[in-house]
Design a protein around this ligand. Structure first.
Ligand code: UD1
Length: 430
């Protein structure tokens, strides 16, 4: 099994390029089956989850040609089944987007019940509620979700909870329904807007994405398009926090600073200097950092996908911090691993009480999920001595060349495939 082996202590210094947003890309890839014309996508991140979705789409007959590492041409005119059976599809959360897109175009879709990171129970009742409101029948049998309809008709849908996935899924299906759909209490995340922009570039009629009321006028047909995916705000935020944790100075490039406001505000609050440019953000941590309080919220609040990185950073800031996780109920599983590295964190229900310690000390830790894996890597970069992060499979689901990008900023990090590799690395850096 692959592991990161890290010798901590080097401040990260330099510039790093951020790739396309994984969560936008997954939805946009799925939405590209909604036309028989060719769709060209650029700025697609080369990460495992994208690879799994591409494979699943190819299995149902979608033709996907790689132009280069980050661009593909997609043609879905020869789909031969509406049942997605690729064996790994239930490992990713975003498999559910094929329900919305296939249901919208073909009035039928069958996809395995979605998996994804184990960060709490992750129901899809709101997706189903939305599809039903558009006139579809939805059944869950033998681990599969089957959605079908004779016809889809626009409706008035109120989401009981703000859900990124449900908002995007309903938006996709409603784009090809008859008449008007009004989606209230919609998620406002940048990737919701990106998917709406993508669908509109295919001829859809969606207004209000980015606010909590989205209005969709269904169209009969969508056409081909060329589209470039927005930068990944979570990858950007992760590098910003890595810079802060290592007392570094990093220019995070190719980002939309507006999307990073919650992250930027918290870094500034604890004592980092954060400078914003048109498409870059520079983080400098030259002074001692101190505690704060954070609650994860839907956008524009502090993102739950940055919570493990935030908690990790606060664990080595002066004073007592409190982090409250309000989106997923089981998102502090990595705290035990951080404790092995010397962190002093107590978790009570959905709240972490963090007593800052002067430093982490290297240890062997397990990445329990994608973002927690990135956070443990940050801890390793800031720690004294050697850290081994096991199960980096999770990290590779959402970060492209994470180790190489960190190494280009001066981190001592390598991928190890065996105990021997770890020993070699330890010898080299000692
Ligand atoms: C997406 C992201 C994930 C991110 C999350 C919140 C993808 C592939 N994943 O996940 O990285 O952490 O948004 O920003 O884009 N809920 C329900 N019923 C539903 C759907 C959701 O109760 O039908 C609840 C969830 O349990 C959770 C909250 O709503 O408490 C928000 O979840 P949601 O925004 O849907 O997250 P995902 O789309 O799964």
């Amino acid at each position: 099994m692959e592991q990161y082996v890290i010798k901590g202590g080097n401040p990260l210094v330099g510039e790093v390029e951020i790739g396309g947003a994984k969560n936008a890309a997954l939805a946009i890839l799925a939405a590209s089956v909604m036309t028989d014309d060719t769709v060209t996508l650029e700025n697609l991140p080369d990460v495992r989850d994208i690879g799994v979705l591409i494979h699943a789409m190819e299995e149902i007959g979608v033709r996907i040609d790689r132009i280069n590492r980050h661009s593909v041409k997609i043609n879905a005119s020869n789909i031969h089944t509406l049942s997605v059976e690729y064996e790994y599809i239930n490992k990713i959360r975003a498999s559910y987007y094929l329900l919305g897109s296939l249901l919208g175009k073909y009035r039928r879709a069958e996809v395995a019940f979605p998996g994804g990171c184990d960060i709490g129970s992750r129901p899809i009742d709101l997706h189903i509620k939305g599809f039903r409101a558009l006139g579809a029948q939805v059944e869950i049998e033998h681990g599969q979700i089957l959605a079908h309809a004779d016809k889809l008709v626009g409706g008035h849908i109120y989401l009981d909870k703000v859900s990124v996935g449900a908002t995007i899924n309903i938006m996709m299906a409603a784009s090809m329904a008859e008449g008007k759909t009004i989606l209230e209490n919609a998620a406002k995340e940048p990737h919701v807007v990106d998917v709406a922009n993508f669908l509109n570039s295919m001829g859809a009629n969606i207004r209000g994405a980015g606010t909590d009321v989205i209005r969709i006028e269904g169209v009969r047909r969508l056409h081909g398009t060329e589209y470039s995916i927005i930068p990944d705000q979570i990858e950007a935020g992760t590098f910003m926090f890595a810079a802060a944790a290592t007392k570094g100075d990093v220019m995070v490039k190719s980002v939309i600073p507006k999307h990073l406001e919650a992250t930027t505000a918290k870094l500034a609050e604890i004592g980092c200097e954060v400078e914003e440019f048109d498409d870059a953000v520079r983080v400098v941590a030259s002074k001692p950092l101190h505690s704060t309080h954070v609650t994860t919220l839907a956008y524009p609040g502090f993102p739950t996908d940055m919570q493990p990185q935030m908690t990790t950073l606060l664990a080595i800031c002066q004073g007592t911090s409190i982090v409250t996780e309000s989106i997923f109920e089981n998102r502090f599983r990595y705290v035990d691993e951080l404790s092995r590295m010397g962190a002093d964190i107590k978790v009570e229900s959905n709240t972490a009480i963090i007593n800052g310690v002067p430093k982490f000390t290297g240890a062997r830790v397990d990445a329990p999920d994608l973002r927690a894996g990135a956070a443990l890597t940050i801890a390793g970069l800031a720690a004294e001595g050697i850290t081994v992060v096991d199960d980096i499979y999770y990290i590779e689901r959402g970060y492209e060349d994470f180790d190489r990008k960190l190494a280009s900023l001066g981190a001592q990090i390598e991928i190890a495939y065996s105990e021997k590799d770890i020993q070699k690395f330890t010898l080299k850096v000692s």
